[in-house]
Design a protein around this ligand. Structure first.
Ligand code: GLU
Length: 494
């Protein structure tokens, strides 16, 4: 069987980590089976639709670096899978159900007739049956109903949910779920009074017409499943295999939300997470692969993904673990790859031009060895590297004086450092350290106390990348005037 899966977001919000998990699992499943991954924009909810959400959807895919096989063309022209371009189609299918007696016209002037539909977001799934429609118009004679429609009466089309019996959802992951039909949202709207379809109608029609074989989506959608199965039966169509993915929770056991930390993909990108890290981590949210490994490339995941290894239990989102993944992927980058990733962050911080000059690029490139082992996020880079691009303000004297020394002795230390830097090769870390160590012995102080004021003078901070490497990248000649200025401040303070 040709596997066909889809990611069907509603552009009513920014892409968040849960949506990425849904998209990724569908993609991985398709790729692991040589199947097709479809993107379908479910933009039936026009009141909450925003262009920026569509843009954010495409930007998210572009950033993550995996794409759909069929669906909208992000180059500009639109493809066939945007529901708002297919409204006539859904309308005709709604009328087919009226003709076959599985749906009916409803003329209730209840505002809720248009509103009682799932809005198509993971947050707001179907309303509980208790709040459903009392089936008032179901008993109108179809001929009368038709006549009223012909006469121009405002109406919606509702699906007839059987009042008795059960609908069985055979979920690939959760197993058999029996749903009493009496508990299914009674007679949901399929077509609204403005002729627009609801999520339920468009979703089922499209899954059928697009030949979707497996629906993998968030567990919030389980209440819609019996309703959809009833609609498949009404059309006489074979439903796809359903697989509702485990919830993603925060550490406190509540559904992951902004309270726990970033949830929008954009925030992770802006913080300086690498897409590889996010993909690797998200792929493991509720799914396992081979034993004993943490790191999987997208290609590995495409090969190894197996629906059998999805857990039933909810997944807990661990920001610390994600941070660890990010560090791992940062360390895997070579200098030029990392420089390309870090440069936009340096430009945002105003340290280099938006289009860096050759000399700025050269500094960035040579600085990567300083930070590769230390960055948690790309956004840590500007603070760590600022001293390379601009002279730091001279720290106040008190900050430069080690606890065991006074201002005069600190001046002596800095003068000794300056002299040593004239002779020692800072590119050879060990040689430099040995020379500074014996100088510290000679001065009767600790190596740390000798280097602390030097670090402050050169980088402007107490914590910096390794000092000798930092001076080597900066250029020793640029270090001397910084030391002189620090000495002057210290002398003034005596
Ligand atoms: N449009 C729905 C959403 O926003 C799709 C649900 C489904 O996959 O059926 O998540």
């Amino acid at each position: 069987m040709d596997i066909r899966v889809r990611y069907a977001p509603s552009p009513t919000g920014l892409q968040h980590i849960g949506s990425v998990r849904t998209a990724l699992f569908n993609y991985l499943y398709a790729k692991s089976k040589g199947g097709t991954f479809i993107l379908r924009q479910e933009d039936t909810d026009r009141t909450r639709f925003k262009d920026e959400y569509v843009q954010n959807l495409y930007d998210t895919f572009r950033w993550l670096g995996f794409y759909w096989d069929e669906g909208p063309d992000v180059g500009g022209s639109t493809g066939p899978y945007i529901q708002s371009e297919r409204f006539d189609l859904y309308r005709s299918y709604a009328h087919k159900l009226v003709d076959s007696g599985h749906a009916y016209y409803c003329f209730c002037q209840d505002k809720r007739a248009d509103d009682d539909v799932a809005s198509g977001t993971e947050e707001e799934s179907d309303a509980p049956a208790a709040f459903g429609y009392p089936r008032t118009c179901r008993s109108i004679d179809p001929k009368d109903a038709h006549a009223r429609v012909q006469a121009g009466h405002s109406h919606v089309i509702r699906l007839k949910i059987p009042t008795e019996g059960v609908t069985v959802v055979n979920d690939q992951l959760l197993g058999r779920i029996e749903w009493k039909n009496a508990d299914v949202n009674p007679d949901p709207v399929l077509l609204k009074s403005d002729g627009f379809p609801t999520y339920h109608l468009a979703n089922v029609v499209d899954d059928h017409l697009m030949g979707i074989t497996h629906v993998m989506r968030a567990q919030e959608w389980i209440p819609s499943a019996p309703l959809h199965l009833i609609m498949y039966a009404a059309f006489g169509w074979e439903p796809p295999v359903l697989c509702h993915l485990p919830m993603v929770l925060g550490q406190d056991g509540h559904k992951l939300s902004k309270r726990h930390g970033s949830t929008a993909v954009d925030e992770f990108r802006k913080k300086g997470y690498l897409p590889e890290a996010l993909i690797n981590y998200v792929a493991m949210l509720g799914c396992s692969y081979e034993d004993g490994r943490d790191l999987y490339s997208l290609e590995d995941l495409c090969r190894l993904f197996d629906m059998k290894h999805i857990n039933k239990a909810p997944a807990v989102f661990d920001y610390v673990k994600l941070e660890w993944f990010n560090g791992q992927y940062i360390r895997m980058k070579n200098d030029s790859e990392l420089a390309a990733l870090v440069t936009p962050f340096l430009a945002d911080a105003g340290l280099v031009s938006t289009t860096p000059s050759a000399s700025e690029s050269a500094i960035v490139l040579s600085a990567m060895a300083l930070v590769r082992e230390r960055l948690k996020y790309l956004s840590d880079a500007p603070e760590a590297l600022a001293f390379l691009f601009a002279e730091p303000a001279v720290p106040p004297a008190a900050d430069m004086i080690p606890k065991k020394l006074d201002a005069a002795r600190t001046v002596t230390c800095l003068q000794a450092c300056s002299q040593l830097l004239h002779t020692v090769d800072v590119h050879s870390h060990e040689e430099a350290e040995a020379a500074f160590r014996s100088k510290a012995d000679e001065l009767g102080c600790k190596l740390g106390d000798l280097l602390m004021p030097l670090r402050m003078a050169v980088t402007g901070t107490k914590v910096s990348p390794p000092l000798f490497e930092s001076i080597a990248v900066l250029g020793v000649n640029k270090a001397f005037p910084r030391i002189e200025r620090a000495i002057a401040v210290l002398k003034e303070s005596v």
